[in-house]
Design a protein around this ligand. Structure first.
Ligand code: FES
Ligand code: FES
Length: 156
């Protein structure tokens, strides 16, 4: 067992972890249920979190390697009362059905935009490759990203 400290959405959390535990297991144990467990093997993107400024699959990341890391989950990008730009766009364009894939999509899109604010819609959509959605057929999600980025530069 090891004790690690994480900064999750601006709050410091200290916890004991097994050396074999994934970041996904630890975050959900700590109550960050917006980080979704789906395939558990790096194939669907549902568990995406931002780790030190880059979107990663939490199911493929060992928690012990995240000591003192800056982590953002989908809740770090907005809330129901105050949604972020990607959350708002997906909601307005009907890009959310069951919602299971959405926290991962939001995290990956926001991370990409933060790193490359001048990205086109197609570039943001490419950053979402590998994020699987069982419900929407992707059309409305693509429309949401394109609508949000129209005018070529993304602004909050
Ligand atoms: Fe991590 Fe599917 S649960 S990529
Ligand atoms: Fe259901 Fe994407 S909205 S999996």
């Amino acid at each position: 067992m090891r004790i690690i400290e994480l900064n999750v959405n601006g709050s410091i959390v200290t916890t004991q972890v097994k050396t074999t535990e994934t970041l996904l297991e630890v975050l959900r144990r700590l109550g960050f249920y917006e980080v979704k467990f789906s395939c558990g093997r790096g194939e669907c993107g549902a568990c995406s979190v931002e780790l030190n400024g880059k979107a990663v699959n939490a199911c493929m990341t060992l928690a012990v390697s995240c000591h003192r890391a800056l982590i953002r989950t989908a809740k770090g990008f907005g809330s129901v009362q105050n949604p972020g730009r990607v959350q708002r766009a997906l909601s307005e364009c009907g890009g959310v059905q069951c919602g299971y894939c959405v926290p991962g999509l939001v995290t990956a899109a926001e991370s990409h935009i933060a790193a490359s604010p001048d990205s086109s819609g197609e570039e943001v959509i490419r950053a979402l490759d590998g994020h699987l959605c069982r419900c929407t057929g992707y059309v409305k999600q693509r429309r949401a990203i394109n609508k949000m980025t129209s005018g070529s530069t993304i602004k909050e």
